[in-house]
Structure formats: structure tokens, C-alpha cells
Design a protein around this ligand. Structure first.
Ligand SMILES: NC(=O)c1ccc[n+]([C@@H]2O[C@H](COP(=O)([O-])OP(=O)(O)OC[C@H]3O[C@@H](n4cnc5c(N)ncnc54)[C@H](OP(=O)(O)O)[C@@H]3O)[C@@H](O)[C@H]2O)c1
Length: 340
């Protein structure tokens, strides 16, 4: 990368958490899925930090925290960035819920990443239901079960201990719903600082978004570009494509940016923290630079608000626990927690 090609991290807006900590307003996703190897994701992180990224969204289940960690440590060692200027998120996978396992999971992520602490540790999903890599949409784990609040709070209690022990500065949730979050907020000693949720123009989740922000949590938006390279198990014929939406294309063209970049720009301006994945330095730069350029107009924001299709892409079929269920059961679509 030539000098001057990067983005000044000081120009990237941030979101302030209830602790006063500042989360950089765009992060780099690291879920390589079945198409980007751990080495490729490590290289992407290396280049992204040099290009000005200060927020990296990791997870133990992505299977690449060692490579991501090597890239982070290299950047710190080479004086590109100080550890305290980075925001590193990781997540506890579904098979590591519970008092003891949460601690083990976070310790393993810290070891793999080569870090002393995380900035954010998330409970990846509210269910302890897991699946094997590359499984089909019909795969179910035999001991899969519904959301059980008492069980979740045991896991959350362990997350609180991680904060107490300094293993992570913040704890957060992911893939939650309003009724589940209501209970967690009622019972938590340390409130979740963010909710990582699917957010893109065709899936705006306005009700959950409003609930999260009103509760003093920061919404972090995953699959912000509409996850064009998501695994086969997460594709259905009814899925819509954000980057092909005529409104997205028109507004992107007016700003001279790719429709994918427009999705990122819209997300950041709307008030969530988009975490687009890319292994392309050019795409990564566009996705970061777009939040430093003049904002979308009120009319453009309104036009994008109007194209919500309620099209969830990461439906989570593999986490269902009963025969005959449809994926909506995971998302409490009737406003109450789906019973066991
Ligand atoms: N908490 C959770 O349960 C959860 C679930 C899903 C995802 N996530 C996190 O969210 C991150 C992002 O989600 P995602 O990976 O599903 O999807 P995404 O970020 O919506 O889409 C990534 C895809 O978009 C392309 N892309 C990105 N920027 C582009 C640009 N400017 N122009 C053209 N194409 C562009 C990338 O291709 P190129 O590489 O060719 O640029 C890549 O294939 C993940 O990596 C992960 O960290 C979290």
C-alpha cells in the first residue's frame, strides 16, 4: 500500500458504549466461511490495520483466531498501531456455554489471538446448539434445545466474571430478540454493552434496533452487505439481494461508490456499527473511507429506510431443536420466547 492510500482512523466515527469506551464505527468481519482460508483472512486483517481499520470482529468458531492474532501482533510490533487503539471482539461458541466453558473459551481466544484482553466478548448465539463445519441445512445436533433463560444467565454470569477478571473489557450478546433481551437486561449484574445482529438495507430489524439503542446498548451490524458469499445452508430461493436493489444502486451511483459500500455507509449513518467482511484491500478501503465522506441526504436515508424487505439471510435452521419447526422459532417472531 502506498503512503496516503489508507484512511486516518481519527476520521472514522465511533460509538460510545455505556461505559464511556469508544468503539470504532466500522469493523472488519473475519468469518471466512468456506471460501476464505485462515491465512487469507489473516492477510486481510494485516492489510486492513495498515489501511486504518481499528476494529476487528473475531470468533473462536471462525477457526482463524491464530492467523488473525498473528496479524494483530505484527501490526503492534511494527508500530503501526498500539494495542489500546484497537478494538478486538471475540465470541463464545454455542458448545462453550456454561460457567466453566465460557472461561475456557475466552482463555483459548486470548491465547490464539495472543492478547491479554478482549475489548468485547459476545455470547455468539442464545442457544447451546451447535453444528459441524460445512453441514447441510437439515443438520441438527441431537441435544439441541430451546432458549432456557436460567441456562443463559448461567452463561451470562460467566461473561460477567470475564469482565471482573479483566479478560474482556465488555460483554455483549448476539442473535437475540426483544423478549430474550428484556429478560437478560432484567437479570444481568453487568448489562450487555452491545448486541451483534444481522443488519442490511433489506433487513433493518427496526424494532430490535430501537430496543437495543433505547436500552443503552450499541447495535453492531453483521452481514452489512447482504453476505453474498454466505454458506449454502444459509441460502433460500426467497432471499433478496441488497446490492441489486435499484434504490441502493441509484444512490450508490450518485455517490460514486459500489452498492456494497453504500450499504456500509448507510449502516454507519443510521447508527449501527457495520462489520463488513472482505479479503480485498480495495473493498476494505472503500468500506472504511465511505464513512469519512459527506453523508447521505435525509431523502436518501428515507429512501433506503423504505426498501426493508424483512429478509433475514442468516436464518439459523441448524440450531432448531424440534422436528417440524421452521426457522422463525429461533427469532420469537410472535413476540414471546418460543417455548421448549
Ligand atoms: N454474530 C454472528 O452471528 C455473525 C453472523 C454472521 C456474520 N458475522 C460477522 O459479520 C461479518 C460480515 O458478515 P458476512 O461476512 O456474512 O457478510 P458481508 O460483510 O455482508 O459480505 C461479505 C461479502 O461482501 C463482499 N464485499 C464486501 N465489501 C465489498 C465491496 N466494497 N464491494 C464489493 N463487494 C464487497 C465480500 O467480497 P470480497 O472479499 O470480494 O470483497 C464478501 O464476499 C462476518 O465476517 C463476521 O465477522 C457475525
Amino acid at each position: 500500500m502506498k503512503p496516503g492510500d489508507g484512511v486516518d482512523p481519527g476520521q472514522v466515527p465511533f460509538r460510545t458504549l455505556y461505559t464511556g469506551a469508544r468503539m470504532p464505527g466500522v469493523g472488519l468481519g473475519t468469518f471466512g466461511s468456506d471460501h476464505a482460508s485462515p491465512a487469507a483472512v489473516g492477510s486481510a486483517v494485516r492489510a486492513a490495520i495498515r489501511a486504518g481499520y481499528r476494529h476487528i470482529d473475531c470468533a473462536s468458531v471462525y477457526g482463524n483466531e491464530a492467523e488473525v492474532g498473528a496479524a494483530i501482533r505484527e501490526a503492534v510490533r511494527d508500530g503501526v498501531v498500539r494495542r489500546e487503539d484497537l478494538w478486538i471482539t471475540s465470541k463464545v461458541w454455542n458448545d462453550m456455554h456454561g460457567k466453566r466453558n465460557v472461561m475456557l473459551s475466552c482463555a483459548r481466544s486470548l491465547r490464539d489471538l495472543g492478547l491479554d484482553y478482549l475489548d468485547m466478548c459476545l455470547v455468539h448465539w442464545p442457544f447451546p446448539n451447535t453444528h459441524s463445519a460445512g453441514c447441510s441445512v437439515d443438520a441438527r445436533s441431537p441435544d439441541a434445545r430451546a432458549y432456557l433463560h436460567e441456562e443463559y444467565m448461567e452463561t451470562w454470569g460467566a461473561m460477567e466474571r470475564l469482565v471482573g477478571m479483566g479478560m474482556t473489557r465488555h460483554a455483549g450478546t448476539s442473535n437475540m430478540t426483544v423478549p430474550k433481551l428484556r429478560l437478560v437486561l432484567r437479570d444481568a449484574r453487568i448489562r450487555p454493552a452491545c448486541e451483534e445482529m444481522e443488519l442490511h438495507p433489506h433487513f433493518q430489524q427496526q424494532e430490535l434496533f430501537d430496543f437495543v439503542t433505547a436500552s443503552g446498548m450499541v447495535p453492531v451490524g453483521y452481514s452489512p452487505v447482504g453476505s453474498p458469499a454466505r454458506p449454502e445452508r444459509d441460502r433460500t430461493p426467497d432471499d433478496t439481494v441488497d446490492v441489486e436493489d435499484p434504490v441502493v444502486r441509484r444512490i450508490a451511483a450518485a455517490h460514486g461508490i459500489h452498492p456494497a459500500t453504500l450499504c456500509v455507509k448507510w449502516g454507519a449513518q443510521r447508527g449501527h456499527v457495520p462489520i463488513p467482511f472482505t479479503t480485498s484491500l480495495a473493498h476494505g478501503l472503500e468500506n472504511l473511507r465511505c464513512v469519512t465522506t459527506p453523508p447521505l441526504s435525509a431523502a436518501e436515508m428515507e429512501a433506503i429506510a423504505g426498501i426493508d424487505r424483512n429478509c433475514r439471510l442468516i436464518k439459523g435452521h441448524v440450531f432448531l431443536w424440534k422436528d417440524g419447526q421452521t426457522w422463525e422459532a429461533l427469532w420469537d417472531t410472535d413476540g414471546r420466547i418460543t417455548p421448549p
